[in-house]
Design a protein around this ligand. Structure first.
Ligand code: ADP
Ligand code: MG
Length: 242
């Protein structure tokens, strides 16, 4: 579904992605982890064509991001993205946050868009909040709305960039539970997170990045039992005791 082939990216002189290659099969869950500044956000943004790259290629469901003529905005609508900060429209209620792009981008009529919104709010446990504004919801609830909004576009894959990092601890699980449910339903997912319990439970593979390079790409069990690189071992020893 998603394939990165030797992706290089520079910001000016600074190389932030170095020969990054990996693939995420249909229905596969891949967790991306690594120290701050290692390039995780950049990597995930290049997959959604929010950031250009200079070398290599990324292929999404058979479509090359670097090929001439690829409609990047259209492709972007097919890949859902959830950020650390929810980025909901503050002046629109929850339902409108979920119907707007369905109408404008997908051309759905308002009744169909509302029906979809109702269904998704039910799935993320927020039916009772359909007419509230984002500012009236907790961080965990807002992030679940953001996930529902991404799902309203019927994405073929979902990308998450530290979706729980900005949340108070008591709200982390309600968001992870929605993600676990999505994973169980067979969604293809690439998730940047430090939630190693979640990774262990649902990820098929773990990608570990350091200094712009993917230095481990292993099945989850292998990664937790015996990460081979010293830096991955160091990372795990810092993160797991907590
Ligand atoms: P991570 O998500 O793993 O913390 P990032 O992908 O955010 O890492 O950043 C990787 C590197 O790219 C860092 O050195 C960061 O300073 C740099 N970087 C990120 N965004 C920009 C930008 N817009 N301009 C220049 N450098 C950037
Ligand atoms: Mg980041």
């Amino acid at each position: 579904m998603i394939e990165l082939r030797g992706v290089d990216k520079w910001y000016g002189q600074h190389q932030v992605l170095k020969q990054c290659s990996t693939r995420v099969g249909k229905g596969e869950i891949v967790v991306v982890c690594g120290p701050s500044g290692s390039g995780k956000s950049t990597l995930i943004k290049t997959v959604n064509a929010l950031e250009p790259f200079q070398k290599g290629d990324i292929v999404i469901d058979g479509t090359s991001l670097s090929a001439k003529g690829t409609d990047l905005p259209k492709l972007r609508t097919r890949v859902g993205m959830v950020f650390q900060h929810f980025e909901l429209f503050p002046h629109l209620d929850v339902t409108r946050n979920l119907t707007l792009a369905q109408q404008i981008v997908l051309g759905r009529d308002i009744e169909a868009a509302r029906a979809k919104a109702r269904d998704l709010l039910d799935r993320v446990g927020l039916s009772a909040h359909a007419h509230k504004f984002p500012g009236q919801l907790s961080g965990g609830q807002q992030q679940r709305v953001a996930i529902a909004r991404a799902l309203s576009m019927d994405p073929m894959a979902m990308l998450f960039d530290e979706p729980t990092s900005a949340l108070d601890p008591e709200m982390v699980n309600e968001v992870l539970d929605v993600m676990v449910q999505l994973a169980r339903e067979g969604m293809t997912m690439m998730v940047v997170t430090h939630e190693m319990g979640f990774a262990r439970r649902v990820a098929h593979r773990i990608v570990f990045m350091e200094d712009g390079a993917i230095i481990e790409d292993s099945p989850t069990g292998t990664f937790f039992q015996g990460a081979t690189s010293p830096s991955a071992k160091r990372f795990l020893s810092k993160i797991l005791p907590h």
